[in-house]
Structure formats: C-alpha cells, structure tokens
Write a protein that binds this ligand. Structure first.
Ligand code: SDX
Length: 428
C-alpha cells in the first residue's frame, strides 16, 4: 500500500507518479515498476540504491551498525543461541521452543550423511583443487540425487531441500578438506552437535580417537552464526536470481557458492589472512596502510570496508571478542593478531579510512580464529559458504513463497553500435 507518491518530472513535465512504499523499518522505497511504460529505466550499476525485493528475514542499518535476524540482534544470537536455533529463526521467523528446537535438531542430524555415490565426484578433482572448486561442483551435483523432491512450488519439498542442504554442507565441506590433504572421509556422528560434528569430520582420523574441544566447538558455532545471513548481499542476490527462473535449490546454492568465492565478498577472509601474513610484523603495518590509500595501487586492506556498513560491522565486534577468547583459552599467542589489532588501530585513526567510513568487517578477525583452530586458509571461504547456506535457502524459500513472484530480468543502458550494414566476409 502506497503511503505517499514521488512525481518524476523531466523538463518541467511530470512523466510518472511513483508510489513510495514503507517497510517496517529502514529506508522507504520508490516503486518504479511503472517507469518502463513511461519510456525510462533506472540506472544503478552495483545496485547501490536498489531494493530488489521485499523480505522479512534480515535487517541492516549500515549507519548505526545494526544487524538483526527476524528482529533479533546479532550479538544476542551469537552469545545466547546456537547456530541451529539461528537456522530455525531464519527459516521460520521466530525462536523455537524446546520441542520445536529438539525436532529441528533431530531432522538436521538425520540428514547429515550424503549418498555414498557422491564420494566419486571428489575423485575427479586433482589433489590440489581448491576446496571451493570442489564445493561448487559437488553442491550443484546434489540435485541429481533428489529428483522426487524438487517441486519448488511445494512448501514441504522446499523445506526438505533446506534441511538437506543445512545438514549436508558440513559433511561435503569436510570431505573437500579431507580430499585435499589425502585423508579418508569421516562419516558424521549423530551424538555430536552441529559444530562438534563438523570438527569431528574435519580432524578425526581412523588411527586415533579425536576429542572435540568445547572451546573450539563454541567458537566454530559462533562463526557459523555470524556468517548465517546478511540481507541482499551479492551471493544471496545470486541465489534469488537463479531461483527466480525456477532452478532447483541445489543449483541455486551452487550459484551462491560461486558468487561468494570472490575476494571482494566471501573470499575476503582467506585474502585477509594472506594479507596479514604478507605484512608479517608490526613494523610493516604503516607501509601497507599507505599502499591501501594509494589510488595507483590496486591493493586494498582485506577485511575492511563494506557496501552497507559505514560504521562498525557488528559481527566484527563479536568476532574480535571471540578471537581474544579463543586464543587465550587455547593458550595461543599469534603474532598475526597483534598485526591485525595494530592495523585496525592505525586504519581507524587515519583520515583516509575515516572519511571513506572504512571499518573492519566480518572477515577481518574470522581468519585468525580459524587459523587458531587449525583450519587452513583455503577452507575459510568454504566455512563461510557452509554458514551462509541457511541464509541463502531462507531467502530462496521466502521468494518462492511470495505471490506474483517473477523471473529477475534487469535491463541496461545500451552504448553499443546500432543499425550497421553487415558486409559478408567474402567482400571484406
Ligand atoms: C562481505 O554485502 C555484504 O553484506 C557482504 C558480507 C556478507 O555478510 O554477505 O558482509 C560479506 O563480503 C564483507 C566484505 C568483504 N570484502 C573485503 O573485505 C574486501 C575489501 N573491501 C572492499 O573491496 C570494499 O570495501 C567492498 C567490496 C567490501 C565494498 O565496496 P564498495 O561498497 O563498492 O565501495 P568501493 O569499492 O566503491 O569503495 C569506496 C571507496 C573507494 O575509494 P574512492 O574510489 O571513493 O576514492 O573506499 C575505498 C575504495 O578505493 N575502499 C578501500 C577499501 N574498501 C573500499 N580502500 C582501501 N581498502 C579497502 N578495503
């Protein structure tokens, strides 16, 4: 329902009356759907000021550093809920009661195994294949195992796909890691919780008993929560666009994995740790901050800046606290943490970063925690993708549940040639 209107006039003539729509919070939106009929398109490369959809899942206020999932603040969820509770909240809208939680946990636990034939997909990869390349391929292939459950217009089948994906991503992620280090795949165990199970599948070996550290499991679970969803980011928008054509959920999630891989997005955590290792010591921090400010140098501080947050990314704050907790509880003194904290201090006091409102984002500290847990850098984005699967599938499900859902098909500002006479090759 329009609350007010915007009149678009060009050269003094009103060409369109555009309804202004209000959400429950955040910016009002100008409904420009009638603009095409008036002979105009809007132009917004990178979607800097475009609301692509209506959603009730996650709200971000970039100026205030606010992130809420279904209205619950991220720091409360990270400190008081576990990842499966957050998955339930993202999928169903409210925090589960004990019965709902236990039932949901039971469903996820009982979907953690993968079809034994899936193992063969891994053996087509070279040993040095990047785990993200394996994840892209194997997740897309999952659809070949569930032909009977791919009616995207059936809410129960959509939810079963969501359960399968949330449950199987850790198993597949751990298989990618085990394949890359030449160790045997480890089956999931139903007596372990989600984070413990992932660590078990990552680190246990047939030769000896692996005992999961409660500190590490708690940190892992919190990392999952901090990466679970984030409004219409690039990979979530990719999943929505793929899903709008009616593609099956496994193909859509594989598209999300591919989009997340980029260093400007989910690949930043791996790039950030590589950057910290390149800086190496406190006395080189100023040199790299200068590089980041040098317009002629393509170098950017990985883990800094955000399209939406022009204040602290609330996830980075929780991640920094978790980083200190994990390192001190594990008795690890990592010089990279000192470098990261010095880099953060220098950047936050530097006018370039202040003026451009560049703050640490979710990827700045996560890599140090993952390294402390013993996870190699090429697995960092895999863990981000695993965590974000619930956000992707929640948005996919929300979109398909909305009436009047249409295929996404943006237009363009065409700047190429027009009406050229074609001369056949024989005459050119
Ligand atoms: C994620 O969208 C999401 O919600 C993403 C995410 C999620 O949960 O899904 O939050 C996860 O992707 C976090 C972001 C991880 N990426 C990085 O840490 C990579 C480094 N940061 C950037 O490349 C950049 O900040 C982006 C991509 C995150 C945001 O880019 P924008 O919004 O397109 O901004 P921009 O590139 O136009 O930068 C604005 C200015 C530019 O300078 P000017 O051209 O105005 O002179 O700030 C500068 C940039 O050069 N700038 C940086 C910088 N980031 C931006 N300068 C130095 N170091 C940086 N990191």
């Amino acid at each position: 329902m329009a609350d007010s209107k915007a009149s678009l006039s060009i050269d003094g003539n009103v060409v369109a009356e555009l309804p202004i729509l209000k959400g429950s919070v955040g910016n009002d939106v100008i409904d420009i759907r009638t603009l095409g009929a008036a002979g105009y398109f809007t132009y917004d490369p990178g979607f800097m000021a475009t609301a692509s959809c209506e959603s009730a899942i996650t709200f971000i206020d970039g100026d205030k550093g606010v992130l809420q999932h279904r209205g619950y603040p991220i720091d409360s969820l990270a400190k008081q809920a576990d990842y499966l509770e957050v998955c339930y909240i993202l999928l169903h809208g409210d925090a589960p009661n004990r019965t709902q939680y236990d039932e949901f946990k039971g469903i996820i636990t009982n979907h953690t195994m993968v079809h034994e034939k899936l193992v063969h997909f891994f053996h087509g990869f070279l040993p040095d294949a990047h785990p993200m390349a394996m994840l892209c391929g194997v997740v897309g292939a999952l659809s070949s195992f569930y032909h009977s459950d791919l009616d995207i217009h059936a809410p129960d089948q959509r939810m079963r796909s969501a359960h399968r994906l949330i449950a199987k991503m850790p198993t597949i992620a751990a298989m990618a890691y085990k394949y890359s280090i030449g160790q045997p795949f480890v089956y999931p165990r139903n007596d372990l919780n989600y984070a413990e199970n992932f660590l078990h599948m990552l680190f246990s070996v047939p030769a000896e008993e692996y005992v999961v550290s409660p500190t590490v499991a708690r940190a892992m679970d919190r990392i999952f929560t901090l990466h679970a969803d984030h409004e219409q980011n690039a990979s979530t928008s990719t999943v929505r666009l793929a899903g709008s054509s009616g593609a099956n959920p496994y193909a859509c999630i594989a598209a999300g994995v591919a989009s997340l891989w980029g260093p400007a997005h989910g690949g930043a955590n791996e790039a950030c740790l590589t950057m910290l290792e390149e800086i190496g010591s406190l006395d080189r921090v100023d040199e790299f901050v200068a590089k980041a400010k040098d317009k002629s140098d393509p170098f950017r501080l990985m883990g800094f800046g955000h399209r939406v947050y022009k204040n602290f990314d609330p996830r980075a704050t929780v991640m920094r606290d978790t980083c200190h907790e994990v390192l001190s509880e594990l008795g690890i003194k990592d010089p990279l943490l000192d470098v990261a904290m010095a880099l953060e201090k220098v950047a936050l006091e530097d006018n370039y970063f202040i003026e451009k409102k560049l703050y640490p984002n979710v990827d700045f500290y996560s890599g140090i925690i993952l390294k402390a847990i013993g996870i190699p850098t090429n697995m960092f984005t895999v863990i981000f993708a695993m965590s974000r699967t619930v956000g992707w599938i929640a948005h996919w499900d929300e979109m398909l549940g909305q009436p009047g859902q249409k295929i996404g098909r943006p237009r363009q500002k065409y700047t190429g040639e027009i009406d050229r006479k074609f001369i056949p090759l024989s005459e050119r």
